[in-house]
Design a protein around this ligand. Structure first.
Ligand code: GTP
Ligand code: MG
Length: 420
């Protein structure tokens, strides 16, 4: 049995490498997200490492990925270095030399870039959050709407680095362009330092994310529905919010669950209700929903759990729509996992948009390193953001969104966006 490690920028890519070399019968021993530490953070992005095994006798002796594009080579340098070339004969020497030459050139370039990236990080560290908030309203550049071509950013290395930080953190290209709007012209006319450029983009991100709203802890709230795809964390988030409002803010909270499709779902919420000592009602129809709301009319806050439903299932969506329509005064929180692919998130959001107005909760920030999706969804939908959650612990792993933390993350700063 031979054990090998494979690295890819995504799990999918690493799995493909395993499959290419070890075949479909390969045994996956472990899948790890590796975050480069120390100085390597400047040079390398996080990657996924898969340890896989297969019987020696069946391992393909073909050189993996010999048709790699030049740009892929550096990324896969370590994989190639891990591979035993010696038995492959002279034809590979040329290839090895090419890689060595290519990667030393790339490393030179990266050292230069790393200095600039360092300056970006330093600029982010020095941002004065209070000043930013004051400046956002008056900053004329923020309101400028000259569309810039991406090519002009390409020709301006400092801007290109800032732009790339956004793209690397999964900000969708049109929104990255919007954030960089007018920057080339500003750069040419004013010759600003990198800290000023970073600060402009930082302010734009913060401005975009600043329109958020969480459940008020003082006034009596409308009934609050939690909707969203299966398994994103609706019930867990309800438990977190119910705990905070009950234990920290001393409010009278009640729970309703309309998730009667899975036997365990009711028990899951009932367990939290029992621990917190708060009442819970299970409802099957919209009439029962109205009765339950009437029963809880003296409560400060009623949180309503719904069944996770596929956005592709029309019947399920109609049922949800009927339930939501039966309550006039309400707040709805669409719960989304930040780790979902952006294109899928957009499809989900578009379906729910046709049902009702909602605010967005992003869950599972602990499962991804890049928070571009938060900004993408905000910019695409203009829906208000609210809470973020970053772990399974009830009630600790939740907070209201902090636009500064997200902005730092998107510009390559240290923040994981997880806590206050
Ligand atoms: N890592 C991580 N896991 C979370 C987070 N929030 C919830 N989970 C986990 O995600 C899983 C699903 O959570 P639920 O709260 O049951 O999700 P749901 O949306 O109610 O699921 P359905 O009712 O089946 O649609 C559970 O294992 C939770 O512990 C989070 O912020 N981070
Ligand atoms: Mg649930």
């Amino acid at each position: 049995m031979e054990i090998r490690k494979y690295k890819g920028t995504t799990e999918e890519e690493a799995r493909r490498l395993v499959k290419e070399e070890l075949g479909i019968d390969a045994l996956i021993v472990s899948v790890k997200q590796i975050k480069p530490k120390g100085i390597f953070r400047l040079f390398r992005k996080a990657y996924v490492e898969i340890t896989a095994a297969r019987d020696d006798r069946t391992i393909s002796k073909e050189l993996p990925r010999i048709n790699l594009k030049a740009d892929d080579l550096l990324k896969n340098q370590e994989i190639i270095e891990d591979t035993d070339f010696n038995h492959k004969g002279n034809e590979l020497d040329e290839f090895k030399q090419f890689i060595a030459k290519y990667s030393s050139k790339q490393k030179e370039k990266q050292i230069h870039s790393a200095e600039t990236i360092n300056s970006i990080k330093k600029s982010i560290d020095e941002v004065d959050e209070d000043k930013v908030v004051d400046e956002i309203k008056s900053d004329k550049l923020i309101n400028k709407d000259i569309f810039i071509e991406e090519e002009s950013i390409e020709e301006t290395p400092t801007l290109k680095l800032i732009y790339n930080q956004l793209l690397d953190n999964e900000v969708d290209e049109p929104y990255a362009n919007e954030l960089m709007n007018g920057m080339v012209e500003y750069f040419v006319n004013n010759n600003p330092g990198i800290d000023e450029l970073v600060s402009i983009v930082y302010k734009r991100v913060v401005k975009n994310l600043s329109d958020f709203q969480v459940i008020d802890t003082h006034i009596k709230s409308n009934p609050v529905f939690f909707i969203g795809p299966t398994g994103v964390g609706k019930t867990t988030t309800i438990a977190k919010i119910a705990s905070l409002h009950t234990l920290i803010h001393n409010r009278n909270v009640a729970l309703i669950t309309a998730d009667t499709y899975r036997i365990a779902a009711v028990e899951q919420l009932r367990t939290y209700a029992n621990i917190l000592g708060i009442p819970i009602k299970v409802i099957y129809t919209k009439e029962e929903m109205l009765e339950a709301l009437d029963f809880f009319k003296d409560k400060d806050l009623v949180l309503i759990d719904t069944a996770g439903r596929s956005h592709k299932n029309k019947v399920h969506q109609e049922e949800l729509c009927e339930l939501l329509d039966s309550v006039q005064q309400k707040d709805v929180f669409l719960t989304l996992s930040v780790a979902t692919k952006y294109r899928d998130l957009m499809k989900i959001v578009n379906v729910y948009k046709s049902l009702c107005d909602f605010k967005v909760i992003f869950t599972k920030l602990d499962e991804t390193l890049s928070f571009g999706n938060i900004l993408n969804i905000k910019m695409a939908t203009k829906a208000k953001l609210s809470y973020i959650t970053f772990g399974q612990n009830v009630p600790d792993d939740i907070s209201e969104i902090n636009p500064h933390k997200i902005a730092r993350n998107l510009l390559g700063g240290e923040d994981d966006g997880s806590s206050e």
